[in-house]
Design a binder for this molecule. Structure first.
Ligand SMILES: [Fe+2]
Length: 183
């Protein structure tokens, strides 16, 4: 599998999760009940599936593009990496809001909804840029050898980070949330 195919298939799952996050943020904004355990499941997905695995792979992919002389624009590369850092900040905000809520500390639903929306806005634009600009460029320009080399490195990331049953666990989690928050 080409590295971009691997990343794109993960984007499909990530986009589904973003839709659920938007729905939860909207219900918090309209003062409806929300379930802390669902947001905790989302945090789990954001932390492991997106940050550690997916963004970990992209942090190999972008520099490889640059080394191959394709992604010459260092600023746009740095911007993509900066967005990963920003996503981690929004994830921490979501986590702190849920912890405060669970522990009975002063808690702002507005802040939780804003953090969820910030994450959704950032990562949907990030994915759009990758799929519209960066991935087609990589597919056109990267040699087969280079693509195989990147795919091998992706596999190593999965071996290092991903525990046995990782993908099944996150697909099941996504399905459970989709059933609870249907389109
Ligand atoms: Fe991505």
């Amino acid at each position: 599998m080409r590295p971009t195919e691997n990343l794109k298939s993960e984007h499909k799952d990530i986009n589904e999760l973003l839709k659920i996050m938007s729905k939860i943020a909207a219900s918090i904004k309209s003062n409806e009940v929300f379930y802390t355990n669902d947001v905790e499941d989302i945090i789990d997905f954001l932390k492991y599936f997106i940050d550690k695995s997916h963004h970990g792979k992209e942090e190999i992919f972008y520099p490889a593009l640059q080394q191959a002389g394709i992604q010459k624009d260092i600023e746009s590369l740095n911007e993509m990496l900066y967005e990963h850092t920003l996503a981690r900040t929004y994830l921490k905000d979501i986590y702190s809001c849920v912890e405060n809520c669970k522990n009975g500390f002063s808690f702002s639903g507005e802040m939780l909804a804003d953090s969820l929306n910030n994450y959704v806005f950032l990562i949907s634009n990030h994915i759009q840029k990758e799929e519209d600009i960066i991935f087609p460029m990589a597919e056109r320009e990267l040699s087969n050898e280079k693509q195989i080399e990147i795919t091998n490195k992706f596999e190593k990331i999965e071996e290092n980070i991903v525990q046995h049953g990782f993908h099944e666990h996150y697909h099941d989690l996504l399905k459970k949330l989709q059933t609870k928050y249907p389109d």
